[in-house]
Design a protein. Structure first.
Length: 311
């Protein structure tokens, strides 16, 4: 079933007893960036499936990184008196007030993927270890380039703290190798289209480029498309995300490595923490929890499916 960018009420409950339990427990709002993006769709799927297993109805929403829209949707959730909110927020700093507003209205918010810079407003913040993920792929990048050569960095979105962290981790590794020469660093805004456009321009300005390290999966796939169109199969590319498309690119040899972010796992964990608080009054032991990225190469690419790793 295609997920649209409008409000979706998920009603895949089965059995009278399960339906009765769902009515008793109420509704959880699950809000992510874009349900058309495989990563965010996987977050929504992981949270919704776990919530339904625990006996909640779920409402899926997308804010498209629009803070104003996010605020309006949180106001709607408050008006509808949902039991809780699972949120991948639109902006780390600008989202603080809206999350506090929900908390003050008696609606706990669990943050996934993106953090906010304040504790004790969200019930818990469950994120990825972006520094570790970036370091892992950067080490593969350096190895595949034999520790030398001209390379470009395509960042995913420098307005997102996660992307800034990944870039810092790249350089902590790469900058140790004096024969690795940076010839370009551009923000591809996290999209395949911008990744391809920028890679096209880099190829024109620097035809001797030997490697490209990318801040997320769509950007890496855009770079791959540009290189394929230019008949360049000699360029080392790595990324971060771990989508099915990246998995396929690794298996085909076009992408050397990625770090799979555990989108479904962090979302499901968020629902579990929310349920423990709502049903038992148990707060999470830590305000911030990190999930490791899983390094994906040709050796284990077959284990990746919808941001789940099956060992």
């Amino acid at each position: 079933m295609k997920l649209h960018l409008t409000l979706l009420t998920v009603a895949t409950l089965s059995g009278l007893s399960f339906s009765a339990q769902a009515v008793e427990k109420g509704t959880l709002m699950i809000m992510v960036n874009s349900l058309d993006n495989p990563y965010y769709a996987s977050e929504a799927k992981g949270a919704s499936e776990k919530a339904q297993q625990l006996g909640y109805k779920t409402t899926l929403l997308s804010h498209n990184e629009d803070v104003k829209k996010q605020n309006e949707l949180i106001d709607t959730a408050i008006g509808k008196k949902v039991q809780g909110i699972i949120l991948d927020n639109a902006d780390s700093t600008a989202s603080v007030a809206a999350i506090k507003k929900a908390k003050d209205a008696g609606i706990p918010v669990v943050l996934i993927n993106r953090e906010i810079p304040v504790d004790d407003i969200a019930l818990v913040q469950i994120t990825h270890n972006n520094f570790q993920a970036g370091s892992d792929v950067a080490n593969v990048f350096v190895e595949k380039m034999a520790e030398k050569g001209k390379y470009a960095e395509l960042t995913c979105n420098l307005a997102d703290n996660n992307c800034v962290t990944r870039s810092k981790s790249f350089h902590q590794v790469i900058d140790q190798y004096p024969e690795m020469v940076s010839i370009a660093r551009q923000d591809a805004k996290g999209t395949l289209i911008d990744g391809k456009r920028i890679m096209d321009s880099i190829l024109q300005a620097h035809p001797d480029v030997k490697g490209v390290i990318c801040g997320n999966g769509p950007v890496a796939l855009g770079a791959i498309a540009a290189l394929k169109a230019a008949n360049r199969n000699d360029v080392v590319i790595v990324g971060i995300d771990g989508s099915n498309d990246e998995r396929n690119a690794i298996k085909a040899g076009a992408l050397k490595a990625t770090a799979m972010l555990q989108a479904q796992a962090i979302a499901a964990q968020g629902v579990t923490e929310l349920d423990n608080y709502l049903q038992k009054g148990i707060k999470p032991p830590k305000q911030r929890v990190m999930f490791r990225g899983i390094l994906i190469t040709q050796d284990n690419a077959d284990n990746v499916q919808d941001f789940n790793f099956k060992s």
